[in-house]
Write a protein that binds this ligand. Structure first.
Ligand SMILES: *[C@@H]1O[C@H](CO)[C@@H](O)[C@H](O)[C@H]1NC(C)=O
Ligand SMILES: *[C@@H]1O[C@H](CO)[C@@H](O)[C@H](O)[C@H]1NC(C)=O
Ligand SMILES: *[C@@H]1O[C@H](CO)[C@@H](O)[C@H](O)[C@H]1NC(C)=O
Length: 265
């Protein structure tokens, strides 16, 4: 075996491990496959070898919003917009290379706080009948407890592992109050002000492994990014999402500062 091939193997090996860890952390169970291409703002984040490991949202032609824990490095990452079935080439896919990954500077992988990341694309996505952008909530806005939101992704359809489904899945879930989610009966103090929770008190419906980074959409806006949980669809533990409205300023500042720099260059 020649050296470049060996190096590639080592990289692939590292990547596989990374992908496994990501899938473990990620966390749709109890949902259904929506009509093809009816959810156009979601992207699949894949390794350069084509393995799906996280979801994301197109928020602008040049920018994708996802979770900081989906960061495996720009070189190893590929973004696919306009996808529905991961296992089939449908002719609607746009393969987009990232230029920059910008995880939130305060992201803490121990506490999962500030689990949010922006991805700047090398070339803009082409908006058409398969690819669209999703609006964000205003800084500091909130969604009321019980309000029903939608989470989508290509993650596991069963908490006991199982298969990564090849088609996109989606499920509707109610918002759970932070006080309930942070209580001793649930996440026992591990919920920060930068997180929101969603799920049924009876369990059975949730985001799961491989859904990480994907959008939780309420009232037509991306209020949450799939972040973490305890198992999937467990009655005691709702899914935990990064609260996007807490980061709207950071998102705008990051995007605008980038364009500012671009213009003066
Ligand atoms: C992450 O949070 C833990 C617990 O609050 C803290 O001990 C640790 O220093 C933090 N890590 C970073 C990198 O900020
Ligand atoms: C809360 O976080 C601590 C420290 O990371 C962990 O040991 C504990 O299991 C967590 N509890 C719950 C209910 O998530
Ligand atoms: C969750 O509970 C912990 C421990 O009581 C507390 O420090 C933290 O501020 C609470 N989170 C929120 C968002 O209130």
């Amino acid at each position: 075996m020649n050296l470049p091939a060996l190096l590639q193997c080592i990289l692939l090996e590292l990547l596989t491990v990374n992908c496994q860890q990501l899938l473990m952390q990620g966390r749709i169970v109890g949902g259904y496959a929506p009509a093809p291409h009816s959810i156009k703002y979601i992207v699949s984040i894949q390794s350069t070898t084509g393995q799906h490991f996280c979801g994301g949202t197109l928020i602008n032609k040049y920018w994708v919003l996802t979770a900081a824990h989906c960061n495996i490095g720009a070189e190893r990452t590929m973004i696919v917009a306009g996808d529905y079935s991961l296992s089939m080439y449908e002719g609607t896919e746009q393969f987009l290379r990232p230029h920059l990954l910008i995880p939130h500077p305060k992201y803490n992988s121990t506490t999962n706080n500030a689990d949010i990341m922006l991805i700047k694309l090398k070339a803009p996505a082409f908006l058409n009948s398969y690819v669209s952008i999703a609006p964000l909530p205003r800084q500091g806005s909130s969604v009321a407890e019980g309000r029903v939101c939608r989470v989508s992704g290509w993650g596991y359809t069963s908490s006991s592992g199982g298969q990564i489904p090849s088609t996109l899945h989606t499920v509707k879930l109610p918002i759970v109050s932070t006080s309930k989610c942070n209580s001793t009966d649930s996440f026992n103090g591990n919920i920060t002000a930068n997180m929101i929770c969603a799920g049924y008190s009876t369990g059975g419906k949730d985001a799961c492994r491989g859904d990480s980074g994907g959008p939780l959409v309420c009232e037509g806006r991306v209020y949450g990014v799939v972040s973490w949980g305890n198992g999937c669809a467990d009655a005691k533990y709702p899914g935990v999402y990064t609260s996007v409205s807490k980061f709207r300023k950071w998102i705008d500042n990051t995007i605008y500062s980038f364009y500012g720099r671009c213009l003066t260059n």
